[in-house]
Ligand binder design. Sequence first.
Ligand SMILES: NC(=O)c1ccc[n+]([C@@H]2O[C@H](COP(=O)([O-])OP(=O)(O)OC[C@H]3O[C@@H](n4cnc5c(N)ncnc54)[C@H](O)[C@@H]3O)[C@@H](O)[C@H]2O)c1
Length: 353
Amino acid sequence: MGVFCGKHMKIISVESLTKILKHHGFDNFMMDLMRSLKRDYGRWQSFTKMPRPAMHVPSGVIELMPICDNQLYYTFKYVNCHPKNTLIGQQTVVATGQLSRIDTGYPLMFSEMTLLTALRTAATAALATDLMARKNTHVLTIIGTGAQSEFQVQGLQLVRDITEVRYFDTDSKAMDKFEKNMSNKHLKLVRCKDVQEATIGADIITVCTACKAHVDVIKNEWVKEGVHINALGGDTVGKTELELGILSRSRIVVEYFDQAFIEGEIQRLSKKQAKKMAHGELHEVVRGLKKGRENDEEITLFDSIGIALEDYSALRLTYELAEKYNIGEERNITPVLKDPKDLISTLNLNMIY
Ligand SMILES: NC(=O)c1ccc[n+]([C@@H]2O[C@H](COP(=O)([O-])OP(=O)(O)OC[C@H]3O[C@@H](n4cnc5c(N)ncnc54)[C@H](O)[C@@H]3O)[C@@H](O)[C@H]2O)c1
């Protein structure tokens, strides 16, 4: 139990996480994260979980995502979604997170989670795609080429032989940025004039736009047989991206029904309809209890909202790698005391009086 010996808390800044990725390698990190997700989805029953509490503010939403397993760790993430932030030069989604030991409740690590969210969302979509998409898929459509987009492409490249990426964003500058970042990834990049053109010939459609409204970004008539859809941007109350008709044509897998019913594409259905139309939860597919796809003609839909279990997997992996490579600052975030009842001694020691 070496991991529990330290009295200090590890602080993982953006710079520290970048160092971890450099040491471990981006693809290795993603592959390990997918393995961690499989492990944790595979032991679904051993987690205490709840749909995340969300606070809706005029310009967006702020959420807390707690989870606890029955062996080692409790984690939580603080995350927002403010779609208009980019207009003032700030990101739509930023996040921080904490990992604590459950036996004493002491925090072990506080981490940046903006990058980690993009990594874990890409790893989760890749895991779901691997379980749900046809094997023979080469053309990927990306709608919304913002902060998440490059991570999504690189995640999917690890599970399918993607040769062509077709993409569209309402902001042409976001497409310029995407092209620049993806130029050396051995892909045929096809910039499209609208969403319809981008969906032509798609094997996989990943939609990750940010708009707090019910928007039919993807129209039913553009979705052909056999396509797999990762719908990532519909992830809070009143925020969806698919025309409703797509849902009834698809085999729908959600992460966690109780939360997806509030926040996912299925929020637009009655609870009875949603229960009937959702084929299952991702852990059931991971554990082989349900099939991700029945045949090559079926349309499959991963209706993703992002859940605390995925952040748990990401924080745990980050902690293990930070320990392995000795990365991250150590700080006394909790007082270090000789006598645990003598808290006031901390002030005396630091000569407050
Ligand atoms: N499911 C999850 O686990 C998960 C995790 C992270 C982010 N998200 C969601 O993914 C979405 C994207 O996040 P981001 O960090 O990339 O945001 P971002 O603001 O950086 O990018 C969103 C992009 O979508 C574009 N866009 C908006 N409406 C569009 C439309 N109708 N058609 C085409 N493009 C459109 C914007 O111009 C922007 O470039 C957000 O809604 C966020 O909440 C989901």
